[in-house]
Structures are given as structure tokens and as C-alpha cells.
Unconditional design. Sequence first.
Length: 97
Amino acid sequence: MFDAPLDTAQERVAAGAALLDAQAPGWRDRIDVDRLSIQSCGRCMLAQLYGNYARGVKHLGLDANGTTVRNGFNAGPGVSFSELDRAWKAQILTPAR
């Protein structure tokens, strides 16, 4: 089910950001942080990038449980949606290195 989930929202979001850096260069510029809500299938990271959550999951080759959680696109054990929202906003507003 869950394959070695990362412990914190920041770790999960860092993994998701690395995935997006590799598969969707320039993704940070396409996210409206004021609208961002990981809990909303219409305002989450994947919806803003790919039109909706399910399309983003498919495009990135993720599954709806383990890999979406490990990459910070969905809440899971030990990390809430609000923690992911804060972590994604910090990730987006921090210049890429």
C-alpha cells in the first residue's frame, strides 16, 4: 500500500517538486498560490497544472494512494492537507536551486 512514506510535509513536497522539475519544467510559474488547496480536486497542484487531479495523476504516472501521498499531492498518514498547503506554498515561493 504505502511504500516507505516520507515523514514530513516538507519532505513529501520536496519529492513532488523534484518530480515536477523533471516532468513539467516551469511548473512554479503556472501555480496560483492564492487559489492553491491540495484538498480540492479543482484547485490542487495537479488540477492547476493538468486540468484536474486525475489527469495529473495519470500524466505523471502516479497512483491514487501511495505515490500521490509520497509526492505531497495528497494527504496521508501523519501529514494533513493544511500542512501540505503550507509546504507547497513555501516551495513555490522559494526560488529553485
